[in-house]
Design a protein around this ligand. Sequence first.
Ligand code: NAD
Ligand code: ZN
Length: 252
Amino acid sequence: MIARDLRSGVEALGDMIAEAQSIVPFTGAGISTETGIPDFRSPGGLWTRNRPIPFDEFVSSQEARDEAWRRRFAMEPVFAAAKPGRGHRALASLYKAGKIPAIITQNIDNLHQMSGFKAEDVIELHGNTTYARCVGCGQAYDLPWVKARFDENGAPDCRVCSEPVKTATISFGQAMPEGEMRRATELAQHCDLMLAIGSSLVVWPAAGFPLMAKNCGAKLVIINNEPTEQDDVADLVIRFDIGETLGPFVGN
Ligand code: NAD
Ligand code: ZN
């Protein structure tokens, strides 16, 4: 069912939330646009400006690494200024109320943690851009460490094993994180309400989780201002602004 207007959508969503025992949100870049972080596929989104740098190119080319870090530092004022929006805060309220056991996200912006989710309850399918890791040994680095070296000699290598240091995100061509995939699978299989929020649902395998939940018997709600390929199987589609839709669920 596609909600006719925002009000009836919010009402139907409220009923489904009230009935549910275990709600698992699956979030994408759209939940963060109101915080100032652009998404990928909207007009003016990041993709229209920059071609993503695949993992093998990052690893094999100093030039690609320099470009990747140049872009990352160019975005830093935006990431640093971003505060959780209404969508993040509404989900954090439901988490505090015990309705949400954990959240699956494609986002890399750390805003679910900032809104009040414990880090271990945020399943980051695509990693996190607010810190860095060595692609060889996994050693974590903070961004000021990277920036200091980048400003001197370009993209730095790991001081433990000399492999390249990358934001702690999953690039195209890089393997999905196993533990996160396993936990997301368990969550999708055991929830009774899945909320897919602000994702174009075209990036796989991540986009498989809403479908998986639906196939395992959960109800599926899609909140996104543009149509998605999974709208047909959803129990409720709310094609309105995420902040407007979830604002009423922000608790005190
Ligand atoms: P996407 O850009 O493919 O899709 C975002 C969707 O959200 C679009 O369909 C857009 O129309 C919708 N949307 C944007 N603002 C909205 C709003 N206020 N209300 C309702 N709908 C809104 O994003 P995706 O599916 O998450 O895939 C992009 C990939 O890029 C992700 O896997 C993620 O790793 C990465 N990414 C992350 C961030 C972030 O962390 N904030 C930002 C950009 C890209
Ligand atoms: Zn290393």
